[in-house]
Design a protein around this ligand. Structure first.
Ligand SMILES: Cc1cc2nc3c(=O)[nH]c(=O)nc-3n(C[C@H](O)[C@H](O)[C@H](O)COP(=O)(O)OP(=O)(O)OC[C@H]3O[C@@H](n4cnc5c(N)ncnc54)[C@H](O)[C@@H]3O)c2cc1C
Length: 813
């Protein structure tokens, strides 16, 4: 074994081998994979080998499509058969709600280039002869589904990597990982030590244990999973003989089942409701090529549905039941990327569909390690979406919930209850008493809307029980004044003598003067957005540039801290702190917001003394607060930041001060309706690391001419000169009884040309609205756009100026 390597990959399952292959293909060959046993000795060897392109997140779906397209290449490169059978498949709906969901999947497929087609139950039965069409209301055909040989694929990755110069060391167990003072990693094994620049944790079933070697508690948990294999079935033999083809894949969502042909019989697997975690605290090191005891009682309810939906199963025997463990993150998506605070330590774990996702994970991680950027939008897989709050107990609750819902529909207004409430702010019970219906962002409870007694969310694809109540909240804001809880924003304090210079290089905007705020896009080297912040200068004079306040999307706190810390100067001249729950927030907005604030404080809050985008320290009641004159509602409004011990007092002061002005509470759903009619974008929707500032309409906040060579400046200048490829646009949509939510296709001239990033009902403007990206060539067409929703296309009219307060009189007045 070599003593030094650029990269050590820990784990020879399908994911580790894919990472190794991608690194080697990208040109890094001084790399070694360490596997404690034979390759495939974790969950890989007993997988059912199914592969599919669809995923709830379109960007993950793209990577799944890439994974499937890769198998031919690795087979040719390695000379190792992968056993790929591209049979195609049917996705089955037994209820109308499921068919609505499937129509959304077909719609997304149109701009992802995934060939999906809605078909009738009878047409599905013509393709998959074992199903009873009477049990279904519709189906979708996917030509890119199939299955493969898990061991063959893993060895093909490893052999191809070796051919390119990588090394694989089997029976080499990593026992400890130690960071040296010079930043290199000592990877200590039972066979000696390798010193490496980079370490990749692809430990699969042992990813937690490998993480613990560097003090990291990763939010992953293994679950037991069962599938059965039947005896040979005459129906299968007859079909094979008649058509000369295999029986295609089927996913029966309402039965929570997946099926495929396995030799002369069938394989049927299920994600059962009464599921069981495996090795909740510690994965035994002596576990390897073993299976777990099957428990047919656990899967019996699913099998009962399966036998009804696929009657031929009633007449066949079960040859074998496989029960094996594999790992999940709390939301079921992989954990990929660099780990904050551990330079050179990378993770590629929690991959629950290694044969659909392994290639994409390897590609993104190798790009990230070599180029400094994943090269794709992998937000949904980024390890930074979890923070310290994702504890082992939280992970346990969430993974079990996610497993039991693997094939369940998640409606757009559905919040999942497991692991909650975990983080709450001091006004939580006060708002609950007012009917707050809670959602969650980065572990923190967030009020979504306020329900009268006896009313709650009815989960639906269509307008639901909250519609009229959210409308009332919006009306309160637009006609008098509303109060909302905004603690879920991420808040950062940047201090130190080097702070101004550092921010000037990190952010693309012009720095605001003391007492002022600005919108601050942050770019990567390639000129794409990596953040959008509001930046406030809390310095008292032009000489004091060492006190800055930054606010942004709460879900990106860890993501941004990883970036900030990676760019901090080493000389200690800049300090940055994520304030999290140490700073809570309330916001008031609406035409009467100034009157309310004036009653609650002794500070001068007149327009002259406290204009738009000003920020001041002021007491509200007796509590010391930081107040910014800005509001995401696009109305006259204020964001009030306060230490948590004062939040209740400030809330009560504002509610009392607002009584005469008709103050009411509003939640995140009303805020969405309000920001959409202002054409305001939001992080992880309109603003993502694949869009440039010109494309996203944030170019007006980029100080292209500033002297400082800010990160991404050259690329942003090039984007401005060449015009980029896309444009973000807002639309008014003739939708009927359902709202656009995001990821729907935008049609133009009979073809899908763009995709929606956000949508909803703008209650004040009384119309459905959407925002989305289009190729720039058609982005200024006056008409001809349609948005597809639940299988129908609705006319979408371009709305270049905001529906509300286009000339900013309300906001600045
Ligand atoms: C019953 C069942 C059916 C499944 N069906 C499918 C399916 O149809 N389609 C699909 O896509 N997925 C399926 N899966 C999931 C799939 O198996 C996983 O997504 C995949 O195997 C994950 O691979 P991995 O490389 O991340 O982890 P693992 O396969 O667990 O690999 C991790 C490797 O790391 C090694 N290792 C760990 N720690 C160390 C250390 N300290 N030193 C050295 N080596 C170490 C282990 O020995 C192991 O070989 C199924 C899983 C099960 C259990």
């Amino acid at each position: 074994m070599k003593s030094h390597a650029k990269v050590v990959v820990i784990g020879g399952g399908v994911v580790g081998c894919s990472v190794l292959f991608h690194l080697a293909r990208h040109g890094w060959t001084d790399i070694v994979l360490l596997e404690r046993d034979e390759l495939t000795s974790g969950s890989t060897w007993h997988a059912a080998g199914g592969m599919h392109t669809i995923n709830g997140d379109p960007n993950v779906a793209k990577l799944q499509k890439y994974t499937i397209s890769l198998y031919k290449e690795i087979e040719e490169l390695s000379g190792q058969a992968t056993g790929v059978h591209l049979t195609g498949g049917v996705l089955l709906a037994a209820t109308e709600a499921r068919l609505d969901w499937l129509r959304g999947v077909v719609a997304k497929g149109r701009y992802l280039g995934i060939d999906l087609e809605e078909i009738s139950p009878d047409e599905a039965a013509d393709l998959m002869p074992l199903l009873d069409p009477k049990q279904f209301v519709g189906a979708v055909r996917n030509k890119e589904d199939g299955h493969l040989d898990p061991s063959g694929v893993t060895h093909a990755y490893a052999k191809a990597a070796r051919k390119l110069g990588a090394e694989v060391e089997r029976f080499t167990k990593v026992e400890d990982i130690v960071r040296r003072a010079d930043g290199l990693w000592r990877v200590i094994t039972n066979k000696g030590e390798v010193v490496a620049e980079h370490v990749v944790n692809a430990g699969g079933l042992w990813a937690r244990e490998v993480g613990r070697m560097v003090g990291l508690e990763l939010p992953v948990l293994a679950m037991e999973h069962m599938y059965l294999i039947t005896e040979d079935m005459p129906e299968v033999a007859a079909w094979n003989q008649k058509t000369g083809t295999e029986i295609i894949h089927a996913v029966d969502f309402d039965g929570e089942l997946y099926l495929r042909q396995e030799r002369g019989g069938m394989l049927m697997g299920t994600y059962e409701k009464a599921n069981k975690p495996w090795s909740e605290f510690q994965t035994p090191w002596n576990f390897g090529h073993e299976l777990l005891e099957p428990d047919i009682d656990r899967i019996a309810p699913s099998l009962e549905v399966g036998f009804r939906h696929f009657p031929a199963f009633q007449n066949t025997g079960i040859k074998q039941i496989i029960n094996g463990p594999f790992t999940f993150a709390p939301d079921g998506n992989p954990l990929v990327g660099p780990v904050r605070g551990l330079p050179g330590f990378w993770v590629a774990c929690g991959v629950m569909a290694g044969f659909s996702q392994g290639g994409g994970v390897g590609l993104a991680l190798s790009n990230w390690m070599i180029e400094g950027d994943p090269g794709a939008d992998i937000w949904a897989m980024d390890v930074s979406r979890y923070g310290d709050w994702a504890t082992m107990a939280y992970t346990n609750a969430k993974v079990r919930e996610n497993y039991s819902r693997r094939f369940s529909i998640r409606f757009p207004n559905e919040e999942l209850p497991a692991g909650r409430p975990l983080k709450t702010t001091p006004v939580y019970d006060l708002l609950s008493a007012k009917g707050a219906q809670w959602g969650v962002a980065y572990g923190l409870e967030v009020p979504l809307w306020y329900a009268p007694d006896g009313v709650k969310d009815e989960f639906s694809w269509r307008r639901s029980s909250d519609f009229e109540h959210v409308a009332k909240e919006v009306k309160t804001v637009r006609t008098s004044v509303g109060l909302s809880e905004i603690s879920s924003f991420a808040k950062y304090r940047v201090t130190g003598e080097g702070a101004a210079a550092w921010l000037d290089r990190l952010l693309a905007c012009k720095l605001p003067k003391p007492g002022r705020m600005t919108l601050a896009p942050m770019l990567k080297e390639d000129g794409r957005l990596i953040g959008d912040f509001s930046l406030a200068n809390l310095g008292d004079s032009n000489r004091d540039n060492g006190n800055w306040f930054v606010a942004s999307s709460g879900i990106a706190e860890q993501y941004h801290m990883r970036w900030f810390e990676a760019h901090l100067p080493q000389d200690g001249s800049v300090m940055i702190e994520a304030l999290g729950a140490k700073l809570t927030g309330l916001s008031i907005a609406g035409p009467k917001a100034r009157d309310v604030l004036a009653r609650a404080t002794r500070a001068d809050v007149s327009n002259a003394a406290f204009p738009f985008m000003a920020i001041r320290k002021m007491d509200i009641g007796m509590a010391p607060c930081l107040v910014g004159r800005v509001s995401y509602t696009g109305d006259l409004g204020y964001e009030i930041w306060v230490a948590p011990e004062y939040q209740r007092a400030v809330y009560q002061t504002l509610m009392a001060a607002g009584e005469d002005f008709g103050i009411g509470l509003f939640g995140a759903r009303a805020l969405n309706a309000l920001r959409l009619e202002k054409n305001y974008g939001s992080w992880a929707r309109e603003y993502r690391p694949i869009y440039g500032p010109l494309e996203a309409g944030l170019d007006r906040f980029v100080a292209y001419g500033k002297e400082t060579d800010f990160i991404g400046k050259q690329a942003a200048l090039a984007e401005r000169q060449q015009g980029g490829k896309l444009r973000l646009r807002a639309f008014v949509v003739d939708a009927a009884d359902a709202e656009i939510i995001g990821d729907e296709p935008i049609w133009f001239d009979g073809a899908v040309r763009g995709w929606v990033t956000s949508g909803g009902y703008a209650h004040h403007s009384e119309t459905s609205v959407a925002m989305g990206y289009l190729p720039k060539e058609i982005a200024d067409e006056a008409d001809g756009f349609e948005i597809e929703l639940l299988g129908k296309r609705y006319r979408a009219r371009m709305q270049p100026t905001p529906l509300f307060d286009a000339n900013l009189e309300r906001m600045r007045g």
